[in-house]
Design a protein around this ligand. Sequence first.
Ligand SMILES: [Zn+2]
Length: 55
Amino acid sequence: MKTKPCASCKQEHTTLYRIQLVKGKIWIFVCEACCLAAKSNPHYRYGGTWQGYRH
Ligand SMILES: [Zn+2]
């Protein structure tokens, strides 16, 4: 199973969410907890889910 580090808490996760927190800027991958915390950001945009056990 593959993992990726969360861009916010830096922990390795098998499921990450592709989100945008600054309008027009790059997409970042964050874990579920950080994704939920980011939803209060006015520029929050969801762009898909990355899963380490799917290819
Ligand atoms: Zn995180």
